[in-house]
Design a protein around this ligand. Structure first.
Ligand code: IPD
Length: 263
């Protein structure tokens, strides 16, 4: 790519338009379990197929990784789109409006462009590396809270499926650690909205003990561009290989990571 990733923002917006229109206008006609209580609907699949086809035509040299149907395109180019067609599928399937399209462009594994669109909330966020994060034309500013006791902290869903019991031991332990120390805990059921709302300063932090690129890549860029710090559970800067995704007002990061057992 000879021009900066910002030149692809109109393409990313068009992809988000395709996806958000489907979320706004369709109710799920069929919902199936990919694994134990992990849902996919016909709307997730329709969005991913349409966006994959659109991006393959608009950016033929860029690979694509979707949550539902995996990789396609040119894996050697160093450029990769990653899409969660509906982050928060369980919410969507139950008629809860907390769900989002999460689209990121990665360069050599690093998110450089992000769009998170929450169609049922009429909210769209975007960021380009080095150019800030925005909701429309409004710049996003992450929280500068310094005390955990003032912080509203979103935590990721408890696990379902393989190794759920082992994973939930750690998740429940984090809840136990946070409960007496923070202002409030929230569980929204969508990592993309958690991270977008950290970027927007609505949440002071989010603790996601996982890191699927389609769930987190866009939100990580948004949060960083808005001034939040994003790390793994050990406090090291977050990257594609991180096991967890902790985003917070900068002064809160070390206080939070210190509370994650078995990190
Ligand atoms: C889920 C959401 C949720 C996270 C789960 C993800 P999905 O994504 O991001 O917040 O805790 O691990 O699977 O399945 O609704 O796209």
């Amino acid at each position: 790519m000879t021009v900066g990733p910002g030149s692809l923002l109109p393409v990313a917006f068009q992809a988000a338009d395709i996806a958000s229109e489907l979320i706004r206008t369709r109710r799920p006609a069929s919902v199936t379990e990919k694994s134990d209580r992990d849902l996919v609907s016909d709307v997730d699949l329709a969005i991913e197929r349409k966006v994959r086809a659109y991006l393959a035509e608009a950016t033929p040299d860029t690979g694509f990784l979707g949550e539902e149907e995996g990789r396609s395109g040119n894996p050697a180019s160093g450029w990769l789109w990653t899409l969660d067609p509906i982050d928060g599928t369980s919410n969507f399937a139950h008629g809860l409006p907390l769900c989002a399209v999460s689209l990121a462009l990665l360069h050599d594994g690093r998110p450089v462009l992000a769009v998170i669109d929450a169609p049922l909330l009429s909210e769209r966020y975007h960021a380009v590396e080095g150019h800030g994060a925005y909701a429309g034309t409004r710049p996003l500013t992450a929280s500068t809270t310094t005390r955990l006791r003032d912080a509203v902290v979103a935590i990721g869903d408890y696990a379902t499926g393989q190794e759920a019991d082992r994973k939930n031991e750690q998740r429940l332990a984090v809840t136990i650690q946070l409960t007496p120390r923070v202002h409030r805990i929230r569980m929204l059921g969508t990592a993309a909205i958690d991270l977008a709302w950290v970027a927007d300063g609505r949440l002071d932090a989010s603790v996601t003990l996982g890191n699927k690129p389609w769930d987190t890549a866009a939100g990580v860029l948004l949060a960083r561009e808005a001034g939040a710090t994003v790390t793994d559970s050990d406090g090291h800067p977050h990257d594609l290989n991180s096991a967890a995704t902790i985003a917070a007002a900068p002064a809160l990061i070390s206080q939070l990571t210190a509370l994650i057992p078995g990190r």
